[in-house]
Design a protein around this ligand. Structure first.
Ligand SMILES: NC(=O)c1ccc[n+]([C@@H]2O[C@H](COP(=O)([O-])OP(=O)(O)OC[C@H]3O[C@@H](n4cnc5c(N)ncnc54)[C@H](O)[C@@H]3O)[C@@H](O)[C@H]2O)c1
Length: 432
């Protein structure tokens, strides 16, 4: 592996041409999505991927070739590179804390994948390290940053429909039936700490951020033997409430409520969920626990950056449409993280395929929304914080609020009582 000069860059080191130079920590599946599927958006940004660190030599070799970039098998060495301004941390959840602290002490700004960490207390350590070394910590990947959700927030912040009264968030998917190794699902408590942060982030963002309390219940996935879903009643300080349901066992796929549009805006056959779940059932029935786990790691590896091509890996697991007559979209539409309906004092906002429907006193209006996935917006939040002194609200403290809410869901379910939240922060754009 080529390792460049090891002089630390100073905290305010910024490239003169105003290009944000990003080092990737963890070239796995999430990085594969950013570098492959979402790169159309990201390619247009004033950022460059100048380095990467991973333990998998084949991924590093491909990255070095594709990006003519530095590669490291040690995160500290990457963070010492003078050719990196900020790191995008997409290592496994349990390493986010450690990798953020390494980046901060080497003067690198941090864009860290969700969940920021596995407990609010760990996020405190990350915030403290970034504060101490004067670098920004931005919480990434959040579907709250998707263009239609941001557009919903703009309508709310404009005040034209009055205050938010209720947010209905519904998501049924087949996450647990996807080829995730059991060890990972156990660490994530099913999908609670993996995709739960997306739904909680959306709800917090649309409700203004300041959650007061939550009462929740969770249920079990008997196929994967981990948590299978939750239902939560969330109350905000401002009086708004939200009901959220998220079931990731694969019995049913709520894309049927969103014109088949998926989390990424691609057409997803709702019939695939049963098919994918059957694949998982077969795998777990036919193999010993150890052999099944080995097979799941192999399948996951296929989907990582440097694995087999996305399409090939997806088809091998059976994500391909199975319903006769199912038609893929020619182009992606707006991303849907399940169904989100916001009831305000004088109207209702929900997503359309290409924007929003606003149901008001004078009928329904469709407002087109440009831009799709929030990934590009997240990278630009780091850019704006570094080059334009415009820090994002979606920072470490915000990310801690989302982790706190996921923890509170779990605690409420375990103790069968309402949990009061203590670390919430506002979005900061409420109308006067
Ligand atoms: N998988 C997805 O589709 C997806 C999508 C969005 C966000 N995420 C988030 O991205 C993060 C990573 O998830 P993933 O699914 O890509 O995991 P992954 O296991 O596929 O990728 C993690 C990568 O980190 C590397 N790694 C592990 N330990 C390391 C170390 N000590 N130093 C350097 N590299 C190390 C691994 O080799 C692997 O390539 C998680 O926080 C997850 O929530 C995942």
């Amino acid at each position: 592996m080529s390792v460049m000069a090891e002089s630390p860059s100073s905290p305010d080191h910024r490239s003169a041409d105003k290009i944000l130079r990003i080092g990737i920590v963890g070239l796995g599946q999430a990085s594969g999505l950013v570098l492959n599927w979402e790169r159309q958006d990201i390619r247009t940004l004033p950022i460059r991927f100048t380095a990467a660190a991973d333990l998998r030599q084949e991924a590093l070799a491909q990255f070095a070739k594709e990006y003519d970039a530095e590669v490291y098998s040690d995160v500290e060495a990457l963070c010492r590179s003078p050719n990196v301004d900020a790191v995008y941390i997409s290592s496994p959840h349990e390493l986010h804390r450690e990798h953020t602290i390494i980046a901060a002490r080497n003067g690198k700004h941090v864009l860290c994948e969700k969940p920021l960490s596995l407990s609010a207390a760990e996020v405190d350590e990350m915030i403290a390290a970034c504060d101490q070394h004067g670098v920004h910590l931005i919480a990434a990947h959040s579907h709250a940053m998707d263009a239609p959700i941001r557009a919903m927030r703009e309508v709310i912040a404009s005040g034209r429909l009055g205050p938010v009264r209720h947010i209905n968030a519904i998501n049924y998917n087949f996450f647990n039936a996807q080829p995730w190794p059991t060890r990972e699902l156990q660490m994530w408590h099913g999908d609670l700490y993996n995709q739960g942060p997306h739904q909680m982030d959306i709800i917090r963002y649309l409700g203004g951020g300041m959650v007061k309390s939550v009462r929740a219940q969770t249920w079990w996935d008997h196929l994967r033997n981990v948590e299978g879903g939750y239902s939560a009643f969330i109350e905000f300080e401002n009086g708004a409430v939200s009901t959220a349901v998220f079931d990731w066992r694969g019995y049913f796929d709520s894309t049927c409520y969103t014109w088949n549009a998926s989390e990424g805006g691609w057409a997803q056959d709702p019939g695939s969920s049963g098919y994918v779940r059957d694949n998982m059932k077969r795998l777990l029935a036919e193999k010993s626990a150890d052999a099944a786990e080995a097979e799941l790691w192999k399948l996951k590896n296929d989907l990582r950056y440097g694995g087999v091509s996305d399409n090939e890996a997806f088809q091998r697991w059976g994500y391909a449409p199975v319903t006769p007559g199912f038609k893929p979209f020619d182009e992606p539409v707006q991303p849907f993280f399940g169904l989100i309906i916001v009831a305000c004092d004088r109207g209702i906002i929900r997503q359309s395929l290409e924007g929003l429907y606003i149901h008001g006193d004078h009928g329904v209006e469709e407002v087109p929304v440009t831009g799709h996935s929030g990934r590009a917006a997240e990278f630009m939040q780091v850019y704006d914080a570094v080059f334009n002194d415009k820090p994002s609200f979606h920072d470490g403290r915000w990310g801690k609020g989302t982790v706190e809410l996921c923890q509170a869901i779990e605690q409420s379910a375990a103790e069968r009582r309402t949990i009061e939240l203590k670390h919430q922060v506002p979005v900061g754009d409420e109308p006067a």
